[in-house]
Design a protein around this ligand. Sequence first.
Ligand code: SAM
Ligand code: SF4
Length: 328
Amino acid sequence: MIDGHGRKINYLRISVTDRCNFRCQYCMPENITFMPKNKLMDYTEIALLADRFIHHGINKIRLTGGEPLVRRDIELLIKQLGQYVENGKLEELTLTTNGSRLRQYSKMLYANNVRRINISLDTLCAAKFKTLTKGGDLENVLDGINIAKATGLHIKINMVALKGQNEDEITAMAHYCATHGFDLALIETMPLGNDIEHRTDNYIALKDFIAPLQSQYNIDPIAYKSSGPAHYFLVRGLNLKLGLITPLSQNFCDDCNRLRLTTDGKLFMCLGSDMYVDFKQALVIGGIQKVDKLLQKALKLKPERHYFEDQMSDNNLSVNRNMNVTGG
Ligand code: SAM
Ligand code: SF4
């Protein structure tokens, strides 16, 4: 699939729920109203859409949310999608999770052909973790991570860089990841949603965030590329693969390969735009043929880039969705 700007699109992120057992302050407000359950796609609808997208050229799928592992019977969907890896139609099925349910689900993920997962972890301090996630239990998450590792899942830790909150932890996090053989991806906080606490004042450019690590170790660019937007580096001395995701300080839209399907069936062609195509409605009313046609239109409409820099500096410009709707 090629979009209207000549980019090859092969990666679909599916948000399977907007619900979550955490309330990370940069992601959603504490008193959030979730989508009504009758608006959500069921697993048959999600799998049917995934099948059409795969047919047209998607070869990587990431499940996200909200927290994907809190959706009831999620193993049914993972089992169905895992079969596309088995029969070679998908190169990879992955997941982004907050880690809170990995104690229960790691074996199920591995058994269904998931081999790599991203786990969000912004701090290694239990009290700070509780504050940042509004109630999360760090020990439970670290236990879950250990079980995922023991199960054989390859782990990348996602750490959102938060000025004044976890700036002092980059070196500790790098050591933690290096000790366990995990990769580490740092993410600049993005101005999504209208009702987020510290929407802009927590932003810090990654070049500044990694300065303490850089003062101790040589950090060199490497050729490695994952399917996402990170640019990779090797932290010499720790042998740590470090990914930098810099939507604000260094735009990466030129080689964007992604589409994002929400749990109510809307396809967002860009994280930074409110434009969507309603694939649930298309499927219900027009069936597979309508879905196939609409996908070609959606590709044409994929925006060239986001405008997070402008949204960061002016609260009147905003993307309406919180991150838990589209996922990452
Ligand atoms: N609940 C899962 C988790 O936390 O990993 C998956 C969904 S979460 C929305 C996906 C990723 O988005 C997480 O790594 C999270 O840290 C990141 N995220 C959420 N809000 C963000 C924001 N405003 N800016 C940058 N990253 C954000
Ligand atoms: Fe939940 Fe993930 Fe959002 Fe945190 S970042 S509130 S864990 S969806």
